[in-house]
Write a protein that binds this ligand. Sequence first.
Ligand code: IVH
Length: 679
Amino acid sequence: MASSDIATRHAELASLVRAHDHAYYVLAAPTLTDREYDLLYRELVELEKEHPHLATPDSPTHRVGGAPISEFKPVTHGAPMMSLENTYSQQEVREFVARVQKLLPNEELEWTVEPKIDGVAVCLRYNSGVLKVGATRGDGATGDDITSNLKTIRSIPLKIMSADSSDVPDWFEVRGEVFLSRTGFRSLNEERLSAGEEPFANPRNAAAGSLKLLDPRIVATRPLAAVFYGLGAIAGATLPPTQIRLLEWLRALGFKTPERVWRCSTVSELIDAIASLDAARGGFDYETDGAVIKLNSLPLRERAGSTAKAPRWAIAYKYDSEQAQTTLRRITLQVGRTGAVTPVAELDPVLLSGSTVSRATLHNEDELRRKDIRVGDTVIVEKAGEVIPAVVRVVPEKRTGTEVVFEFPRACPACGTELTREGSPGEPAGIIRCRNQDCPAQVRGRIEHWCARGAMDIEGGGEVLVSQLVGKGHVLDVADLYSLTMESLSQLERMGEKSAQNFLDGLTTSKSRDVWRLLFGLGILHVGVGAAKSLARRFGRVDTIMAASPEELMTAEAVGEVIAASVYSWFALPRNQRVVERLRVAGLNFGTDRTEPARGVFFGKTFVLTGTLPNLSRDQASSRIESLGGKVASSVSKKTDFVIAGADAGSKLEKAGRLGVRVIDESQFLRLCEQHPSP
Ligand code: IVH
């Protein structure tokens, strides 16, 4: 193909992929099948691999480009990001309207009502139609640069789509909210629970936590989306005259805008719109905590102005969340299989959102202190993100003086070992752990996890049986399960021969389960189903994973520093190695050679070695390249990405020069190796 044809084909493919992303993620109305899309996407990737100059940062293949960063840089917003004043009653809405009318006498005011999305406020800056910077709100004047994380969100356009380029301002800021869908939140929390991690309290926390991750590869696995409702600074375009037109314009540029918007002229229309939104919001894919009332006309907003914190022309009406009042009778502690100790509130049963609640999570000791929750308190409970009931606050007016401050025990309630406070990366602060690996609560949890349907799926291996096996000392670790016999099982209470046989058969069947189930079943902290599947896909065999360095582990998709370090240190412990060895002897499936190529820093890159390197042998250099996902070729061609040249390099070096291939020395190569992997 001539180079102009290549560029044309590239532009065509990029715009097809972009259009599909928009149809799928913004409009929720896909135009291509998954397969059609995959084929186009792959052709685009291939083309960019052969012609790297085409792979510009706005290419749709560059959503997960960035390597992990060590901190977020500050970004100064072009115009301050304000907050909104809250109101809770119709009377306050009436007062707000009267106040604005007083500021704008003789004007006929028109209003809009939009959902108040319960997410994380962000500001995106586009330059010549290309996303350049994305930031959090921060203190309103300066936020954190989270561009590489925001780029992973597929409903955010990397490049503005507009048939008419004169519609696109030279430079503008767009404001909106990043959120985690309800379904996304549920599946993320299931994954976290299965990986022994603390679940997020609600979708907003989950979205905020995800955007704060330093590794965009992990962010890309979080089902985030974004809705936009406003503009910041703008240059080279006239502002739309109204909020309604502004939202239409944002949609035409490819942004997702609020699900529904009402236009109102009177207070009673506003009250009706607020009620209609309340009735409709349960059906939206995001959580809403209120309605935002805005003056429709942008020029009139200018005239109304702002206070230091909030505009005078807009206000938030907050809905009551589904809450109930009850008494907290006791606080108990739950010890999970990873030793995490969670305080749980035991409540007088109360009806909440259609179900009876008698227990609620108190998250951790810090939360307990912050909210000053005491035993005997009257408390408000709420379904956080409509899943886990949580104690929101106490009702101090109801205190009688008999309430007791809960002393967080220093020892594990299950084994008496002194508890420690966690400060490991990737974990919310304040997790208290029991570090005794032999703690019966942990042993029970680990065996139950191994037998669970999502892991080794062992029939009959439920809570009751596991509790007996551990209690009687028959089983201390998962490998002990495979030494159980009919005799040992029949000694257990209420264990008939048939159920014993069922369980033994279940154990036999489990020996041939997939490697990812075994990996997940081991219950390594941070390793959920997703990470286990990714590791199994990448390395194939348990032994390869055991022998891998953290850097090598990170070449598996969506395996970042935290997971890699956890896997590495788990396999480094002799007691764990012994369990794995006994599982091997018991005949469990340990896998076959890897099935997926590495996706390390050198993924898709071809190297040629020439001459003698000062420190590395040819074999050492080759294996470094391959372990980080690259290929080693014997001769230089246009497809070569790097030539590593040592002393006495010959014709290969000369050919590299002729073809314009990049030549590096050993120290430059070693520096490249130290970069973090990116897919
Ligand atoms: S307009 C200057 N519209 O609520 C006014 N904000 O409590 C800027 N929010 O910081 C905000 N949905 O993060 C606006 N439809 C919506 C919104 C919305 C959610 C957030 C926003 C703001 C916060 C104020």
